[in-house]
Design a protein around this ligand. Structure first.
Ligand SMILES: [Zn+2]
Length: 276
């Protein structure tokens, strides 16, 4: 699944390569898939996108906003898979959930592995979409300060007992994070995934905050994670410290053995010596 660094990378690459192109024909998927969320019929999508020009894309949380000017915004969100720009004369992939050709002969396809939104809104209306509306501050926004983070933890303290992994992966409390990047954040913060956030002291809060900002920043700087692909079908440059490849290898910090546990709907890789 794409997380914030992958969406930011796609937005940046779209602004380099896609901005200013004019849509010749926009089509929804050829491969029925009940977990792809559309808000337009095939006919509507084609009619509303024809002749539109790609504006400046941006990412927020796990959502990618691509203006189709004048008047519309294409919204891709909560998806994994591939969003690819194909050169003139390239072969169309067999399956796709979105297919947009441009007047210069290049084309864009999007295919999601699990689920995902591929929706077209009148400009401004995309901000009212569920999950986009009322989205909390993401780690790349100026508002994501240590004070903000502490206030967020204080707010959550009154609720059910929440663990560090739950904070990073559930309900988009910190939008844009997910299971993949959370593992490295927890390792860098020296926190066990099950560690209750209610009892973090100031120093631990600071470590967790720094780990979030640093890990996301580094993954963005390297064009997303190695296990995801960019607009040109190249892997990202960010190799995770804690993932399935780390299992059985020594911890880079203490040399102890990295272990795997199942917790909160997925595998966690961690160093039991370093992470408490
Ligand atoms: Zn260790």
């Amino acid at each position: 699944m794409f997380e914030l660094p992958e969406y930011v990378t796609l937005a940046r690459e779209m602004n380099e390569a896609l901005r200013g192109k004019t849509v010749q024909r926009g089509q929804l998927g050829n491969s029925p898939h009940k977990f792809v969320w559309y808000n337009r019929s095939h006919e509507e999508f084609e009619r509303l996108t024809e002749g539109k020009t790609v504006g400046e894309a941006w990412a927020k949380g796990r959502w990618l906003f691509v203006p189709l000017e004048p008047g519309y915004v294409l919204l891709l969100g909560e998806c994994g898979g591939k969003v690819l720009l194909h050169p003139l004369g390239a072969e169309l992939p067999q399956k796709y959930h979105l297919y947009i050709t441009f007047r210069d002969g290049t084309f864009l396809t999007a295919t999601t592995q699990m689920w995902g939104a591929m929706e077209l809104y009148e400009e401004g209306e995309e901000q009212n979409r569920e999950y986009v509306k009322d989205m909390r501050t993401t780690p790349v926004e100026p508002g994501f300060t240590f004070d903000y983070f502490c206030a967020l933890l204080d707010d959550l303290a009154g609720e059910k007992a929440r663990s560090a992994k739950a904070l990073l992966t559930q309900e988009q409390i910190i939008p844009g994070l997910g299971n993949a990047i959370a593992q490295d954040i927890l390792f860098r913060a020296r926190l066990h995934p099950r560690h209750p956030i209610a009892d973090l002291n100031t120093e631990q809060r600071q470590s967790l905050y720094d780990a979030i900002v640093d890990t996301v920043g580094e993954a963005i700087a390297q064009g997303g994670r190695y296990d995801e692909y960019d607009l040109y079908n190249n892997r990202g440059g960010y190799v995770r410290i804690m993932d399935k490849n780390a299992l059985g290898r020594p911890c880079p910090e203490c040399g102890g053995e990295v272990e795997k546990i199942q917790y909160l709907g997925g595998a966690c890789y961690l160093c039991p010596n370093c992470q408490a």
